[in-house]
Design a protein around this ligand. Structure first.
Ligand code: F0G
Length: 457
């Protein structure tokens, strides 16, 4: 089938207000040219994030009605726990209100001064939750991940040589665990291979260190393994996912991604003592261990979503749709991170707008233009987000890459919306020489990308 077929039909619609360029100019001005500050009603395609923005299925909505809101031991909890255990095989399942709450519980207990926690690439909340305890969050992605243009199947892999060196050089206890993010969101939504996970497992066994997964996008990772890894094409996504989890001793999970839920998460471990401490802390910060930070109805929606996300027709469509957007842009010579990853397309703003230096924020300029041209909201992942503000009168210290992430919510937009985005990106590409940078006129001391105010240069 050449046409990308969405394996669902639409029962409830959410209108999109079609705005004019003049209206968008006004909205942008009011938002200080920061797309985070826009009202969602002023956006046509909201590709800011794929997190918590999925469309739930009729089964999930029915589950919402069936939600058991008993404080302790609810039916919904039992369903949730069984589903997560059948999928992951982990002994202990701790529900949390979202992924970062799971990270906070875990790293409050295993982090601390002098500790080092390696990952392929830590997501920002993971890094922050580790650093908050005084521990070091260490990124050791594979070498291929450094070049956005390079075609390689598993650019999300962890660098096993670097991992071996860290483990060999650390006295016992310094590395409390190794974590691998599937897919590697901060590294472009690129997948991690089973071979790489097996390699990490072997190293962790050799040095007696537990291995965890940051499993937010486990199903997309499993499908990319099936498509790209030798010997995997006949296995079901569920079998592959189960093998991924079986190689780990625990995981953190945000149900806002590959569980099609609007909120939720969990933390898993096979360590009885750690689980006991996690539950004690959970009661303090999230809630009783059979609901965590969630309502019974959320537990239902997550349990159902975790099953639906492994359907082959869904995953085939999902990954084909992201690849379609990536490939059409790439064929037109537009610089994008290659190959297509799982949940987003990353425009390489550094190469798209070579006339704009990093300290004049090419990613922000491109994100602004995509909004003005087509009402498309993406997210700058470059010097605004990861650079360091320069001292008075000095330029910023640039980030490693200048990217704009277009993250696609699951089951929300149709292929015509994707074609519309391609048309608008082509328009911006046509007149890229006319684009100029921006400057920051107001910024907070940290996480400036959320609230900074910009002015055109
Ligand atoms: N880990 C990864 C890899 C993530 O992408 C995210 C969230 C989290 C952990 C935290 O989960 O939001 O439920 O607390 N990523 C979103 C994004 C926010 O836009 O990429 P959370």
């Amino acid at each position: 089938m050449a046409t990308i077929f969405e394996p669902f039909r639409i029962k409830v619609v959410e209108p999109i207000r079609v705005t004019t360029r003049a209206e968008r100019e006004q909205a942008l001005e009011k938002a200080g040219r920061n797309l985070f500050r826009l009202d969602a009603d002023d956006v046509l395609l909201d590709w800011l994030t794929d997190s918590g923005t999925s469309a739930m299925s009729q089964e999930q909505w029915a589950g919402i009605m069936r939600g058991d809101e008993s404080y302790a031991g609810s039916r919904s909890w039992h369903r949730f726990e069984k589903t997560v255990r059948d999928l992951t095989g982990f002994a202990h399942i701790v529900p949390t209100h979202q992924g970062r709450a799971a990270e906070h519980l875990l790293f409050s207990l295993v982090g601390g001064e002098g500790k080092v926690i390696p990952n392929n690439t830590h997501f920002d909340t993971t890094r922050a939750n580790i650093e908050m305890t005084g521990a070091q969050a260490l990124d050791i992605p594979c070498a291929e991940s450094a070049d956005p243009a390079l075609e390689a199947p598993f650019k999300g892999n962890i660098d096993l040589v670097a991992l071996e060196n860290v483990l060999a050089d650390s006295p016992p206890g310094r590395v409390p665990l190794v974590i691998i993010t599937v897919t590697n969101n901060s590294g472009g939504g690129q997948p991690v291979s089973l071979e790489n996970l097996r390699g990490a497992r072997a190293l962790c066994d050799r040095f007696g260190v537990p291995l965890y997964l940051d499993a937010c996008r486990f199903a997309e990772n499993a499908w990319l393994i099936r498509e790209r890894e030798a010997g995997q094409s006949e296995r079901t996504p569920r079998e592959i996912a189960r093998e991924m989890f079986s190689l780990a001793d625990g995981c953190t999970f945000s149900a806002k991604k590959d569980a099609f839920a609007n909120i939720g998460g969990f933390l898993c471990t096979n360590d009885d003592e750690l689980a006991r401490e996690e539950r004690n802390l959970l009661i303090l910060t999230e809630g009783f261990p059979t609901y965590g930070g969630l309502a019974g109805r959320d537990l239902e929606a997550i349990a159902i979503g975790l099953t639906e996300v492994l359907a082959e027709d869904y995953l085939a469509y999902r990954l084909a749709s992201v690849r379609y957007l990536n490939d059409r842009l790439h064929e037109a010579g537009i610089p994008v991170m290659r190959p297509a990853g799982g949940h987003a397309v990353y425009l390489d703003a550094g190469r798209f707008l070579p006339q704009i230096p990093a300290h004049e924020y090419p990613g922000q300029s491109l994100a602004i233009e995509l909004y003005l041209k087509g009402g498309i909201r993406g997210c700058e992942i470059g010097t605004v987000m990861f650079g360091r503000a320069g001292a008075e009168g000095e330029p910023d210290q640039p980030a490693a890459h200048e990217l704009v992430r277009l993250a696609m919510p699951r089951r929300v937009y149709t292929q015509s919306h994707v074609d519309y985005a391609i048309e608008k990106i082509f328009d911006v590409w046509e007149r890229r020489d006319a684009l100029r940078g921006v400057r920051i006129t107001e910024q907070p001391p940290f996480l400036r990308h959320f609230t900074a105010v910009f002015e055109p240069l």
